[in-house]
Design a binder for this molecule. Structure first.
Ligand code: FES
Ligand code: FE2
Length: 369
């Protein structure tokens, strides 16, 4: 087991977890500046397919047009502000109509029709298109950035550029999505995912398959942090029965088929690459003390189409693990808010939390005290 030092760091001060002011700073300096994972191309199979992604008070429509191109547009009518799409995902027609006064937009956001506005002197439809949002695709995963002049995706997330090149990520499909609301600050969720110190006590079913010291971090600084854990059963996977739910991805080396790769992707996601499926957690802060977690279980379409395919053992395994983790994060959140708590020291098993905190403070524009 290779471990880097936690550099003698302690937890962040309590205010980073429960202050509304810091949460507001995070919104402007982190969530409105960084590229955020919003979903996967497989959720947009045809013209008019869309899903919404919320960031703070903003709602973004991610939609595929009839040429197959994907657009990200603010879900705000340019007339008097009504939401164009209300359901979190679905299929619109060939256009995006506003249900308030029937202004109608093409799927690339251009305003096509605005009843009675031709009588308004100087009204120019071209000036009233839906506001676009920057969109980037990385191996089938769609990322958004709300900044008006975003830094290029590859510059902000350089560690992703050459990663997982031989995993068939773009071809995968989600077979199940679960959404959870956790009464804890979003950073506690990142912290929780970044160590297995808690696994023997909290997740005996997981620790049985990957003993907690079987980890080997290979990214230890920056926006992408994590590394592999080796399974005791080289033919296994992280499921309720310990076996695989599908054949391993054909492109993986023997060594990779015996591992699970866990990464946190600042500030919006966790990636868990198993030999037979990929689990993705999306992290969306709702306020300082509440976080929406959305989990997708991605499999290869050939595995999904095979007779007898059953993803339940993978779904149940992580649903149980998730719920155990949320309970712990909520418990820590309550403790941090109490008058008795002062930041505790990190162990050497928590070096990734220390690295996360360093990256977080830099993103927030603060020096560590
Ligand atoms: S608010 Fe959309 S048409 Fe009026
Ligand atoms: Fe956990």
């Amino acid at each position: 087991m290779k471990l880097r030092s936690a550099h003698g760091q302690c937890m962040l001060a309590a205010r980073y977890f429960d202050s509304a002011d810091i949460w507001q700073q995070e919104q402007s300096r982190i969530f409105r500046c960084n590229w955020l994972l919003a979903g996967h191309v497989s959720a947009l199979p045809e013209c008019g397919s869309y899903f919404l992604h919320e960031v703070g008070r903003d709602s973004v429509i991610v939609v595929r047009d009839n040429a197959g191109n994907i657009h990200a547009l603010h879900n705000v009518c340019r007339h008097r502000g009504a939401r164009l799409c209300r359901a979190p995902h679905g299929k619109t027609g060939p256009v995006l109509p506003c249900s308030y006064h029937a202004w109608t937009y093409a799927l690339d956001g251009t305003l096509q029709h605005a009843p009675h506005m031709q009588d308004v002197t100087g009204f120019d439809k071209a000036a009233w298109r839906l506001s676009p949002v920057a969109l980037a695709e990385w191996r089938g995963f769609l990322f958004l950035c709300l900044a008006s002049a975003p830094q290029p995706f590859d510059v902000v997330l350089p560690a992703l550029a050459g990663r997982f090149a031989h995993w068939p990520l773009a071809a995968l499909r989600s077979v199940h999505q679960a959404e959870y609301e956790v009464a804890a600050n979003w950073k506690l969720l990142f912290h929780n995912f970044s160590e297995c110190y808690h696994c023997p006590g909290a997740h005996p079913h997981l620790n049985k398959l990957t003993p907690y010291r079987n980890s080997d971090n290979d990214l230890e600084e920056g926006a992408l942090l994590g590394g592999p854990m080796t399974m005791l059963n080289a033919q296994g996977s992280m499921t309720t029965h310990g076996g695989r739910c599908a054949p391993p991805f054909a492109s993986l080396a023997a060594e990779e088929r015996a591992r699970v790769y866990y990464y946190t992707l600042f500030p919006s996601a966790f990636l868990s690459l198993h030999p037979d499926y990929v689990l993705v957690h999306r992290v969306q802060p709702l306020d300082a003390g509440r976080t929406r977690m959305t989990c997708d279980w991605y499999f290869h379409p050939e595995a999904i189409a095979a007779p007898g395919f059953d993803a339940q053992p993978a779904i149940e395994f992580w649903d149980l693990t998730n719920r155990q983790d949320w309970t712990l994060c909520e418990s820590a959140m309550r403790g941090i808010a109490s008058s008795a708590w002062t930041p505790g020291p990190y162990s050497e098993l928590e070096s990734q939390l220390a690295a996360f905190d360093r990256h977080y403070l830099e993103a927030l524009g603060e020096e560590r005290a």
